[in-house]
Ligand binder design. Structure first.
Ligand SMILES: [Zn+2]
Length: 61
């Protein structure tokens, strides 16, 4: 799915505050934004595990 659009839906990422942010774009675009959002807005630690978890939750649009 190199050129397909994917969506990161924050409702699927376990976090303390309810959040409905979604990010759409290519995986290369979405992943860093979704990770930064999880870290800065949700206080997650920026770990390889978080990266993997967010990557797993990406859905093709
Ligand atoms: Zn969020």
């Amino acid at each position: 799915m190199a050129s397909g659009r994917v969506v990161s839906d924050c409702r699927l990422i376990p976090s303390e505050k309810a959040c409905s942010v979604t990010v759409a774009g290519t995986e290369e675009e979405v992943l860093p934004i979704a990770i930064r959002h999880a870290v800065e807005d949700h206080g997650h630690e920026d770990t390889p595990e978080l990266h993997e978890e967010i990557k797993k939750l990406l859905k093709e649009e």
